[in-house]
Design a protein around this ligand. Structure first.
Ligand SMILES: O=c1cc[nH]c(=O)[nH]1
Length: 406
C-alpha cells in the first residue's frame, strides 16, 4: 500500500490497522506495521506473512521483522536512509520476542497499539520489560512507546514507556482504531496457531533416506543444502560427526559478518537436513537461526504450494515440522538482543507445545551463558514461550562434539 506522510500517532496506527486487515484476508496473523523517518515520511508499510495459501510460508515473517530486513536491504542497495535511532516502527500489535530482539539489536524506535498478553514483550502492560534480559531493559524503556488511548472502554489505557518521537504532533490512539488492532489479531490468532499443529505426529513420519536420490523432495533438499542427508545420528543425540558441517557453516558465518554461529536442523530420525550460517552483513538480524528456520519452512512451502493433496501429504511425511526434530546451535544463547531474537524466533517456529517425547528439541554446543542463567531468562519470557512452548535450550551431551567446536 502506498501512503506518504503522517505526523500523527493515530493516523500512523490507522495505516498499521489497514495492513492488519489485509493480513487477515490473506489468512495470516492479523498484524500490520509501518516504518517512518524522523519527519514522519512513510518509508514502508506491510503486514504479517507467516501464512500464505493456507500453508506456513515463513514463521519469521512478522510485520516488524520484515520492516527491519527491508530497511537493511534498502541500505545495502545504496539507498540513503536515516540511522535506526531516527526511525520509528509503528505496529498494530505489541512486538513478540523475536521482533523485540530485532528492534533492539538494530536500535529502532517503536510505537505500539494493541497488547499481546501471550507473546508480547510488554505482555503484563507494565512497560517494565521484565521479559527481556536485564541489560536490554533500559534500551526498551527508552524506545518502546505505548501511547494513551482515551475513552472509557476496555481498550483505553494511559500512556507508558518512552514518549513517541517529537515529530508526532498527535500522540494518542482512538478507541475504535485500538479496538480494530486488537480484534483483527484476536480473529486470526487461534486459526493461524492451529496451522502449526496440523503436521503429522512423529510416529507417522517417514525417513527421507529411504527415498531415491532423484526424488523431488531429496533434490529440493540438496539444492538448498548440498550436504543434506550426509550425516545421521541417534535421534536427538548429535555427536562429533556433525562437527565438520557446523564448522564449515561457522566459517561462512564469519565471512558474512557474523560471530561464527551456525544452526543445524536434524529430523526426527537424526538425519541432517540443513546447516546454515547467518548473513549478518546483508542485514543485522539475519542470524544463523533465522536463516535455518526460514529456509526449512520455505522449502516445505515451495514443495507444497499448488501441489495436489497427495503430494502435500508426501512432503509432510518426509519433511516433518521442526518440532519433531532437533535444532543444534553452534553457539548457545547469551544475554544479547540477537540471542533474544533467536529465542523468540524459535517460539514463532513452534507456536505451540513441543512434543512430550522431544523435550530437548533446542540444543547448543558452546554455551553463551551459564545454564542456570539461561533457564532463568527463559522462565521470564512471556507466557507463550515459558508456559506453552516451554523453551528449554540444552547443551548437547556429546563431549567430542563440544571439544570439536571449542
Ligand atoms: O506480525 C506479528 C505477529 C505476531 N507478533 C508480532 O509481533 N508481529
Amino acid at each position: 500500500m502506498a501512503f506518504k506522510k503522517t505526523i500523527d500517532v493515530q493516523a500512523a496506527v490507522a495505516i498499521a490497522a489497514a495492513e492488519a486487515i489485509a493480513a487477515k484476508t490473506q489468512g495470516t496473523f492479523g498484524v500490520g506495521g509501518l516504518m517512518l523517518d524522523q519527519h514522519g515520511n512513510v518509508l514502508q508499510s506491510l503486514h504479517n506473512n507467516v501464512i500464505k495459501q493456507g500453508l506456513i510460508f515463513d514463521p519469521t515473517a512478522h510485520g516488524e521483522r520484515q520492516l527491519i530486513d527491508w530497511y537493511y536491504a534498502e541500505r545495502a542497495r545504496g539507498r540513503e536512509l536515516p540511522e535506526p535511532q531516527d526511525i520509528t516502527i509503528v505496529t498494530s500489535l505489541d512486538p513478540c520476542c523475536m521482533c523485540s530482539g530485532a528492534i533492539l539489536a538494530g536500535g529502532f524506535n517503536v510505537v505500539v497499539a494493541a497488547p499481546d498478553k501471550s507473546a508480547g514483550v510488554n505482555y503484563d502492560a507494565s512497560a517494565t520489560f521484565s521479559a527481556l534480559p536485564e541489560a536490554l531493559r533500559p534500551q526498551a524503556e527508552a524506545t518502546f512507546s505505548y501511547p494513551a488511548i482515551l475513552g472509557s472502554s476496555l481498550y483505553t489505557r494511559a500512556s507508558s514507556g518512552a514518549a513517541p518521537k517529537s515529530f508526532f504532533i498527535g500522540k494518542t490512539i482512538s478507541e475504535p482504531t485500538q479496538a480494530l488492532c486488537s480484534l483483527v489479531f484476536e480473529a486470526t490468532a487461534g486459526e493461524v496457531t492451529e496451522l502449526f499443529n496440523t503436521d503429522l505426529p512423529q510416529q507417522q513420519l517417514k525417513c527421507p533416506m529411504t527415498l531415491a536420490s532423484h526424488h523431488a523432495i531429496v533434490r529440493a533438499l540438496r539444492q538448498l543444502y548440498p550436504d543434506a542427508l550426509a550425516y545421521r545420528c541417534t535421534p536427538q543425540h548429535p555427536d562429533a560427526g556433525l562437527a565438520p558441517f557446523l564448522l564449515q557453516a561457522m566459517a561462512r558465518d564469519r565471512e558474512h559478518g557474523g560471530a561464527g554461529d551456525a544452526v543445524a536442523l536434524l529430523d526426527s530420525f537424526g538425519n541432517l537436513l540443513l546447516c546454515m550460517p547467518g548473513r549478518m552483513s546483508y542485514s543485522g538480524i539475519r542470524s544463523a537461526f533465522m536463516e535455518t528456520t526460514r529456509a526449512y519452512a520455505q522449502l516445505r512451502f515451495k514443495l507444497m504450494a499448488g501441489a495436489t493433496p497427495a503430494q502435500q501429504d508426501e512432503v509432510r511425511q518426509y519433511l516433518g515440522h521442526p518440532k519433531d526434530g532437533t535444532f543444534v546451535f553452534a553457539q548457545g544463547p547469551d544475554s544479547g538482543a540477537i540471542s533474544f531474537m533467536n529465542l523468540g524466533a524459535y517460539g514463532s517456529t513452534m507456536e505451540g507445545p513441543l512434543p512430550l517425547k522431544n523435550p530437548t528439541q533446542f540444543q547448543y554446543v558452546l554455551p553463551g551463558m551459564p545454564e542456570a542463567e539461561l533457564a532463568a531468562l527463559c522462565a521470564t519470557m512471556p507466557p507463550l514461550y515459558r508456559n506453552i512452548i516451554r523453551i528449554r535450550p540444552t547443551q548437547v551431551a556429546d563431549q567430542d562434539l563440544i571439544a570439536a567446536l571449542a
